[in-house]
Design a protein around this ligand. Structure first.
Ligand SMILES: Cc1cc2nc3c(=O)[nH]c(=O)nc-3n(C[C@H](O)[C@H](O)[C@H](O)COP(=O)(O)OP(=O)(O)OC[C@H]3O[C@@H](n4cnc5c(N)ncnc54)[C@H](O)[C@@H]3O)c2cc1C
Length: 326
């Protein structure tokens, strides 16, 4: 393996997803430290036209696979071909459903090492180093993964932040043609149902406002949506709220839901069970609103408000709106 860092650039509507900028920021820093180059592979329709944006964020070269995603096995085959061509020291993906499907397979296919759900990626003593929460976030592991193949790392959104490069990369573009293999059809993607929302994507949002079982109904969740909209935030929910049918599963934060790491996480009427904390404890600032002063969430919160969320949230919503217009 060489010293380059390969970013897997997922596309949405033909454009790199927001989190790709953060991956390229990490790739630039790692490649600088190792003496290699940040490179990207763009997957999906419109890949070639996304290359400009990837170069603007520092990619020295971009491989494009312009095919509609047809399932995880096919994606792994395409990514393994990119690895074979570039021989990177590491392959970076965002933490999401796609990487959960492909990252481990890619590591196995390329004789690499897998580090999932990282919150930090560094070079220490000349070697790649990963930082990741373990034991549901109660401990932080720092490790130097080592394998014959590349490190395949998934990075939690908002962990390191996106920083534009001083100068764009060369962004030379070449198409990656990978022959179809019938074996990949064992798993095929039947349909993607996109949720139409003006709100930011939960795993990428800079601010998340979540509600718990205490909301008591799906109707009452409008208290959460109003505060989220005032902040321009993504709404989230605890599992208890999802299980009760107050919010869709796509909003669940936690061990069996989504992992978020926003700059600000507002937990409204959420007790702070370990499984919920596992999905949000790396948020930069945590605000908890709970009427029980002994709720476990207050042990983790940077700011705590003891009170009834049905009074506190509307008051906060009004203040946030006021602050935005003043
Ligand atoms: C294997 C496993 C996986 C799990 N995965 C997840 C997961 O991914 N995500 C997750 O969230 N949970 C998960 N759980 C469930 C978890 O253990 C908790 O049951 C759940 O997080 C509790 O949700 P909650 O805080 O909304 O509800 P509760 O624990 O019932 O807490 C409600 C809180 O609201 C407060 N409250 C009540 N009324 C008000 C009010 N009017 N104003 C202000 N505060 C009020 C109460 O004081 C209380 O602290 C998992 C559990 C298991 C066993």
């Amino acid at each position: 393996m060489g010293q380059d860092i390969l970013v897997v650039a997922e596309l949405k509507d033909g454009q790199p997803k927001t989190a790709v900028r953060e991956l390229l920021t990490a790739a630039r820093r790692l490649a600088d430290a190792l003496g290699g180059q940040p490179r990207a592979v763009a997957l999906g329709p419109g890949a070639a036209s996304a290359a400009g944006e990837l170069a603007a964020w520092g990619a020295a070269s971009v491989l494009t696979a312009d095919e509609a995603p047809s399932g995880g096995l096919r994606a792994v085959r395409v990514l393994a071909a990119a690895v074979a061509q570039i021989q990177p020291a590491a392959v970076l993906l965002s933490v999401n459903a796609f990487s959960r499907d492909v990252a481990a397979r890619l590591a196995a296919r390329t004789n690499g090492a897998l580090a999932s759900d990282c919150t930090g990626l560094n070079v220490a003593e000349g070697k790649l180093q990963v930082v990741r929460p373990v034991c549901a976030g109660r401990a932080i592991l720092t490790a130097h993964p080592s394998a014959a193949g590349p490190l395949v790392a998934t990075l939690r959104a908002n962990s390191i932040g996106a920083e534009a490069p001083a100068a764009p990369g060369a962004g030379t573009v070449s198409a990656l043609a990978v022959p179809a293999d019938p074996a990949d059809a064992r798993v095929s993607l039947k349909e993607t149902i996109a949720t139409k929302s003006e709100r930011p994507e939960l795993t990428e949002a800079a601010v998340v406002v979540s509600g718990g079982r205490s909301l008591g109904s799906a109707d009452a969740f409008k208290t959460i949506y109003e505060l989220a909209d005032a902040f321009g935030a993504a709404p989230g929910a605890s599992r208890a709220a999802v299980d009760a049918g107050y919010a869709p599963h796509a909003m669940q934060v936690g061990q069996t839901g989504k992992t978020v790491s926003p700059a600000l996480y507002v937990a409204c009427g959420i007790s702070g069970a370990i499984q919920h904390l596992a999905g949000m404890r790396t948020s930069k600032y945590i605000v908890a609103i709970n009427k029980d002063p002994n709720a476990p969430i207050f042990k983790l919160a940077d700011f705590g408000i003891v009170g009834d969320l049905f009074e506190v949230c509307p008051a906060l919503t009004a203040e946030v709106k006021k602050a935005k217009t003043s």
